[in-house]
Design a protein around this ligand. Structure first.
Ligand code: DP6
Length: 361
């Protein structure tokens, strides 16, 4: 599908008002997206596990209005009016208006909440933008009921990408790939697709425990980090590495070769942070406790041969990845050895999920 497929034809219906609700999960990348060009086009392809319980639930109530010259919306986060989120939503609406021309015809009340604690340091932009995009697509579907299912999902992902790149991987499927890749059929820079190749059952129930090392605001936002890949001395090699890693991942995912999976996933995480440390200006998001955890994971893996590994997002928190059958042992390891490195001893258990769901309201 191309951009033109997401430009709407004339609508069949025009409801006066209504309400829609969607719950969209967060995701954790195995091959990382880091570097982009306008508008929200990734410098390299990426792939992520969709999470299950870390999610954003968003309701959008809509009512037709008289004047159609401006966007009009109220925003509530966890029940409270949230004016400081409004500029981000305003920018998002401006970006997606071309694809959803009804946006100025309604007044919207957007109510959103996260399943994870507000200040956990977990990025909520992926799940948040995915949930909001799905709500708008649901409204568009009411205006244009003959829209096909695959267009609905691809366009929701397309819109989510315009809000936050990684959000396009939070719509549908347990393993989602985003970004053109010659060897992945139907892959696109414009939206995420369900991974089209065989995936060993071990990855369908993979666990992710998020160790909350640092819950405060990050020193450098992802948006700034992406920009620093422009003119970065290692950028081209890094982008090529991501393309190659997607090729390497194919037999690993098919066979369930956890040894190779661990090597690739940990290398991706450390490369992401190496890019931050070698940009100009350089910065570091890992904390001493992040490193302590990594060292303890390596020592534990060596000693027990348990296939547990880590990945990182653009922050200090550590995602501990392990197969479901190792859960009991790993939970003990977390409690006894890793929890002391978490802020207030906090961590969140999650696992691979299936994607966003509509909530009937
Ligand atoms: C490190 O999707 O947050 O988590 O497109 O600027 O909103 P924007 O960036 P964002 O970047 C996520 C980067 C990452 C890696 C990944 O999820 O692939």
């Amino acid at each position: 599908m191309t951009e033109n497929d997401f430009l709407p034809s004339s609508y069949q219906n025009s409801p006066e008002k209504g309400k829609v609700t969607w719950k969209a999960p967060s995701n954790i990348a195995l091959v990382k997206y880091w570097g982009k060009r306008p508008v929200q086009i990734p410098a390299n392809p990426s792939i992520s596990f969709t999470l299950d319980s870390c999610a954003t639930t968003t309701s959008v109530s809509f009512e037709r209005k008289e004047k159609k010259d401006n966007f009009s919306f109220d925003l509530f986060f966890e029940g409270k009016s949230k004016d400081d989120f409004k500029p981000k939503i305003q920018t998002f609406l401006e970006r997606i208006e071309k694809y959803l021309p009804f946006l100025k015809e309604y007044h919207f009340i957007i109510q959103t909440s996260n399943s994870f604690p507000h200040s956990s340091g977990i990025a909520s932009s992926a799940s948040g933008m995915a949930a909001l995009s799905l709500c708008f697509m649901d409204i568009e579907k009411q205006l244009f009921p003959s829209m096909e299912e695959n267009v609905f999902h691809a366009k929701a992902s397309y819109l989510a990408r315009l809000g936050s790149g990684s959000a396009c991987r939070s719509i549908k499927g347990s393993l989602v790939q985003w970004g053109n890749h010659a060897n992945i059929p139907d892959s696109s820079d414009l939206y995420g697709v369900e991974y089209p190749f065989g995936v060993n059952p071990v990855f369908k129930s993979y666990c992710d425990t998020i160790l909350l090392v640092h819950k405060g605001q990050k020193q450098v936002s992802s948006t700034v980090g992406h920009q620093l890949m422009h003119g970065h001395p290692y950028a081209q090699n890094r982008f090529q590495q991501a393309f190659d890693n997607l090729d390497k991942l194919k037999p690993i995912l098919a066979s369930g070769d956890l040894e190779e999976f661990i090597k690739l996933v940990e290398s991706e995480a450390l490369t992401l942070h190496a890019m931050m440390m070698t940009s100009m200006p350089y910065f570091m998001l890992m904390k001493p406790d992040t490193l302590q955890i990594i060292n303890k994971i390596w020592a534990y893996r060596e000693a027990t041969k348990t296939p547990v590994c880590f990945t990182l997002d653009a922050g200090a928190n550590v995602h501990l990845l392990y197969p479901e059958d190792a859960k009991e042992k790993v939970l003990e390891f977390i409690k006894d050895t890793l929890a002391e490195h978490c802020e207030n001893g906090q961590y969140i258990h999650d696992k691979v999920g299936e994607g966003a769901i509509k909530i009937n309201t």
